[in-house]
Write a protein that binds this ligand. Structure first.
Ligand SMILES: C[S@@+](CC[C@H](N)C(=O)[O-])C[C@H]1O[C@@H](n2cnc3c(N)ncnc32)[C@H](O)[C@@H]1O
Length: 252
């Protein structure tokens, strides 16, 4: 049996009682921290679970799960801890499919996620359009897809949630400032006035913990310090007056 156990939004206190119960009865517990930055302490989690937790890398899970999470899951109880909700990360559905193909039963233990916590900004959850991810540009890799997502969502009056890059192996977690900078670089190339220095946006950090929510023009948020990860950037579409009022009240 393979359990994917959500760790929840912020730290080790966000795991559910159900999730904790599964960890306690597991023969082996693994964790991954490459899909998100978690403030959970491994030591505290190990003490709660009453056993050692083995941390896996992206390569371990995506390239050789048969050597770790899937290895004994046919006859033993194996758990994989994932920050936030385990299914709010495109990569883990692959693991579920691989397990099923091997005849291994899989159960998901859901947890709090950035996908619902984003409503803390006051924006209505059902008025978000396509989510996009802003990644650190590399020499031969500079995807402009976030720009297109914002453009399409804006056209439909919808808000855009921009998840920010996680490079766990390099200990690099994109900040709101860096996300804005990447979008402005794309704007400089595309020149369609989709995301300019004047664009109103919302920078958010550490939802579920010591959360920070700040709204303003891109050029203002560019200079605002948001502190530790994880962080997101939101570009609102057409805002209802209730959303505007909620945002004013709820932001810092
Ligand atoms: C690939 S997503 C994984 C989401 C996670 N599985 C969940 O359900 O919340 C990782 C990105 O979500 C955003 N994120 C996750 N948790 C967050 C939090 N508590 N506060 C702000 N942003 C968060 C960050 O942009 C981070 O880089």
């Amino acid at each position: 049996m393979l359990y994917l156990v959500g760790l929840g939004l912020f730290d080790e206190k966000d795991i559910s009682l159900r999730g904790l119960g599964i960890l306690k009865k597991s023969d082996r517990v693994y964790a991954e921290f490459y899909t998100n930055f978690s403030h959970a302490s491994l030591k505290k989690l190990e003490s709660l679970a009453g056993k050692k937790i083995v941390v896996l890398t992206r390569k371990d899970i995506e390239e050789r799960p048969e050597e770790n999470v899937l290895k004994d899951a046919g006859r033993k109880v194996i758990s994989l801890l994932v920050s936030g909700d385990p299914m709010v990360a495109t990569t883990h559905i692959d693991l579920v499919l691989r397990a099923r193909k091997k005849g291994i039963k899989v159960k998901i233990i859901h947890a709090s996620s950035v996908y619902s916590a984003v409503a803390e900004t006051g924006l209505q959850i059902y008025k978000f359009g396509r989510t996009t991810s802003i990644v650190y540009p590399e020499k031969n890799y500079f995807p402009e897809s976030p720009y297109d997502a914002i453009k399409e969502n804006k056209k439909a009056g919808l808000h855009t949630l921009c998840l920010l890059d996680v490079k766990a192996d390099e200990q690099r977690y994109m900040t709101v400032n860096e996300g804005i900078d990447v979008l402005l670089q794309i704007e400089a190339k595309r020149k369609q006035k989709v995301f300019t220095q004047e664009t109103f946006c919302i920078g958010v950090a550490r939802l579920g913990g010591d959360s920070v929510i700040m709204a303003g023009k891109a050029k203002e948020l560019l200079k605002t310090a948001f502190g530790k990860p994880p962080q997101i950037l939101i570009i609102p579409g057409k805002m209802h007056f209730m959303e505007e009022e909620a945002l004013k009240t709820l932001s810092d």
